[in-house]
Design a binder for this molecule. Structure first.
Ligand code: CP3
Length: 420
């Protein structure tokens, strides 16, 4: 039984369809008519494009290509997110694009990662690199969780080896004025452009992403990475009204950013509330979950067919709450075995994870044994996306990850129908 209902099927093409100069998708009020370039937000345009291999990007008319289904609807990653059967267990890695890859280090160049993120062709290349190298079943968009707040001028940079740093942290009510709404077309046009390039070229689904409200807030309030999150906890509990307004504004930023990525052609999205595991279950439920629920509810309204993933580190005690946030998938770090994680998130939710990234640092034998352990714990029921429990560590030998992908494809059983 599928865990989740499959996406609504699109209108089926008919042999009697007349040849059209426009895309003729019956959604001309919103999309397509007379456009030289097809719209990624129109699912049939996207399907035509995937069949035709390329979008109509450089002018000229195209022939209408009949299509069977929207693109990537059959991809193992999308099917596993929906809790459907798959022909192989899909796998991708958080931080698959990054310092562990020599081709990344060669292409990335010096300077802040925020400068690299603002170059669409470079972003497209960095996003594609790990897919080409590892054969992963999804690409993660190359960007960062602080891009929306940086783009509206909050004053954030990303320091190499440290992470996001804020020169003038969020401390008082007046700082709310520094968090205006995001306009993706003028504030982050490079995100829209890079996603459009990738949506046209990738052969696997593209995962867009945003930071979760607690995690982004933690950088703004702490001023950088933190060990005990004292400043943000003091704000959450000492100034509840300011916290509420802060979390709602950050949720709006994430929502606008995720919508712009989906409109430009991303197939799914992940919300990284990476540091939420520092909270007690009650504080998470009362102070973070309501905004997170709103985020997924509003996304489901505007993009009902896009699978969604919610992830955090050290969230073992929060999993039952996170499972009620409204995402299709919950990401699991390595601390909770997947069979136990499945029990905690309950039916109707797929799980993603959860190999300890450090298990890829030594020998292939260690990585293989630990990968098999994850596959074993994932069981045979559908709804497992293989991943690490957190990001790829920079010291990782790419050859090990390549072999992990092969092993998951060969031996993963969750939702894989036996041949014949
Ligand atoms: O493959 C990918 O995942 C690439 C896209 C990506 C990056 N950051 C690029 C990046 C994604 C999905 C992120 C998300 C992100 N950024 C998170 C959530 C994921 C997680 O790890 O929990 C967080 C907390 C951040 C904030 C951030 N940005 C940190 C902690 C760091 C690392 C600092 C360091 O140098 O060790 C960054 C910088 C960053 N973002 C790098 C990459 C590839 C490091 C390499 C570089 O600067 O070139």
């Amino acid at each position: 039984m599928p865990l989740l209902a499959p996406a609504r099927p699109g209108p089926s093409p008919s042999a009697a369809d007349p040849p059209l100069l426009d895309s003729g998708h019956g959604r001309t009020d919103r999309f397509c008519i007379g456009l030289e370039r097809r719209r990624p937000s129109c699912s049939r345009c996207r399907a035509d494009r995937s069949r035709a291999g390329r979008p109509l990007r450089r002018g000229g008319r195209r022939e209408v290509v009949p299509i069977a289904a929207p693109p990537f609807e059959e991809a193992p990653f999308i099917r596993a997110c929906r809790g459907l059967s798959v022909d192989r267990v899909p796998v991708w890695f958080m931080r698959q694009a990054g310092r562990s890859l020599p081709e990344y280090r060669a292409a990335r160049g010096p300077g802040s990662i925020l400068d690299a993120i603002a170059q669409p062709e470079l972003v497209a290349e960095l996003t594609r690199q790990p897919v080409d190298r590892y054969g992963t079943d999804a690409a993660i968009f190359f960007s960062d969780i602080v891009v929306p707040v940086a783009a509206i001028g909050f004053g954030v940079d990303v320091a190499p080896g440290t992470g996001p740093v804020v020169a003038d942290p969020f401390r008082r009510k007046e700082d709310l004025q520094r968090l205006r709404p995001l306009d993706p077309t003028t504030d982050t046009p490079y995100v829209v452009d890079a996603v459009s390039i990738l949506a046209a070229e990738l052969e696997v689904p593209l995962i867009g992403f945003a930071g979760g409200p607690f995690t982004v807030a933690s950088y703004l309030v702490e001023g950088g990475p933190s060990k005990n999150f004292a400043a943000i906890k003091a704000l959450m509990h000492g100034e509840p009204l300011i916290w509420h307004e802060l979390v709602e504004r950050l949720t709006d930023l994430a929502l606008t950013s995720l919508r712009s990525q989906l409109d430009a052609g991303a197939s799914a999205v992940q919300v990284f509330d990476s540091w939420a595991g520092i909270l007690t279950p009650r504080h998470y439920r009362e102070l973070v979950l309501p905004a997170t629920r709103r985020l997924f509810a509003e996304l489901a309204e505007s993009h009902p067919d896009a699978p969604t993933i919610l992830f955090g580190v050290g969230t073992g005690e929060l999993l039952a709450s996170m499972a009620t946030a409204g995402s299709n998938v919950v990401g699991i770090d390595w601390r909770v075995p997947l069979d136990e994680a499945r029990r905690r998130v309950g039916p109707g939710i797929a799980v993603q994870g959860n190999l300890d990234p450090a298990m890829c640092l030594t020998t292939w034998e260690v990585a293989a044994t630990e990968t098999r352990e994850v596959l074993e714990r994932a069981g045979t029921a559908p709804g497992h996306v293989f991943n690490l429990g957190h990001g790829v560590l920079p010291e990782t030998d790419p050859a090990i990850l390549e072999r992990v992908v092969e092993l998951v494809h060969a031996e993963g059983r969750a939702g894989v129908e036996a041949p014949g």
